[in-house]
Design a protein around this ligand. Structure first.
Ligand SMILES: O=C(O)C(=O)C[C@]1(C(=O)O)C=C[C@@H](O)C=C1
Length: 333
């Protein structure tokens, strides 16, 4: 039985994402057929088991060491941006790669100890990304409450159960899992907020290209004039669309950064492979974080994806390479 780890405890948004991703990536597994058959004596009958982890970092260590099959982690929220704990854990871990992603709408439930009224709430526990998405609601509805950070939204529910916080801002799933009162549901400062999650595992067989894919990289560069412009030019000249660029400190000294890049396209495409090779030539280190089908926010038609020009199609690359080769062969004849 293989373990799939997610940011726990039970009842996080990440657990919800893990259920979607596991059914998609392992469609023939027992878990995929029956997500409820996961506890008690049924454990021995299932191929995959979903298990909560305390942190994304701890889960990645388990995957890198071969003790778990995969980890599901939050990557980016449309309101608060990237999840730094996930980005930093990705760099700290031995290489693991994403094979799938999903995007979930994010609306929160506010849970409190049984019998507690909103007026009595003095401390509200939640994950920092969740706090940022309900800041206005908290200021309006619970103005006297102090926000306490926890490792996840479900960890906040556990704090309330243990009597260490009065209320928790959680995923709706937590309201089903913990014996707490629902003070408010469907809470969000930004109505259509979404968070993206990825399923990551040891490098191996990559998902087949679908035509709407994403490639994720971490690039460490030298500190010199124009480095970043050079990298971006390598992408632009090959018609590779950059969908995200994020810098994180390397932690070695002030002003030293590595860049997380998300590109449209799959490493199996010539233009993407060529661009990734060029980035490697031009930087200290490139870490490949996977090529996988891109999750489109609901309502986004495939046509909305920016198509590269014909001059960078696989056929155009093959044709140009064959022409150069013929010139070389002729010159040797
Ligand atoms: O705490 C959770 O429920 C999580 O799954 C983490 C997380 C995040 O890291 O952004 C996921 C979605 C929400 O944006 C808030 C928290």
């Amino acid at each position: 039985m293989r373990r799939i780890l997610y940011l726990g405890p039970e009842g996080t948004f990440t657990e919800q994402a893990a259920r979607t991703l596991v059914s998609r990536v392992y469609p023939d597994s027992t878990f995929g057929a029956d997500p409820t058959a996961l506890s008690g004596q049924a454990r021995s009958d299932v191929d995959l088991i979903l298990e909560p982890a305390v942190t994304v970092r701890a889960a990645m260590v388990e995957v890198s060491a071969g003790r778990a099959e995969a980890v599901v982690a939050p990557v980016e929220n449309s309101v608060e941006g990237s999840v730094p704990a996930t980005l930093d854990a990705l760099v700290a871990a031995d290489p693991i790669v994403a094979v799938a992603e999903t995007v979930l709408p994010v609306r929160f439930s506010v849970l409190a100890a049984p019998g507690m009224t909103a007026e009595q709430v003095r401390t509200v526990a939640t994950h920092p990304h969740a706090a940022a998405q309900v800041r206005e609601w908290l200021a309006r509805e619970l103005p006297d409450a102090v926000v306490v950070s926890t490792t996840s939204t479900a960890a906040a529910a556990v704090e309330v159960l243990a009597g260490r916080a009065d209320a928790a801002v959680t995923a709706p799933l937590a309201a089903e899992r913990y014996a707490l009162d629902v003070l408010a549901a469907d809470v969000a400062d930004v109505r259509d907020a979404v968070t993206s999650f990825r399923l990551l595992r040891l490098p191996g067989r990559m998902p087949e290209p679908t035509g709407v894919d994403r490639t994720s990289l971490v690039v460490t560069v030298d500190d010199r004039i124009g480095t970043l412009a050079d990298l971006l030019t390598e992408l632009a000249t090959r018609g590779v669309n950059l969908t995200r660029i994020e810098s994180r400190p390397t932690r070695s000294r002030l002003g030293s950064y590595r860049f997380f890049l998300d590109l449209d396209g799959h490493l199996a495409e010539r233009r993407v492979a060529d661009a990734v090779a060029a980035l490697r030539r031009r930087s200290q280190e490139v870490r490949f974080l996977g090529s996988f089908p891109r999750a489109l926010p609901s309502g986004c038609a495939v046509a909305a994806v920016i198509s590269p020009p014909e001059s960078v199609s696989d056929a155009a690359f093959a044709d140009a390479a064959a022409w150069v080769q013929s010139l070389q062969e002729r010159s040797r004849a």
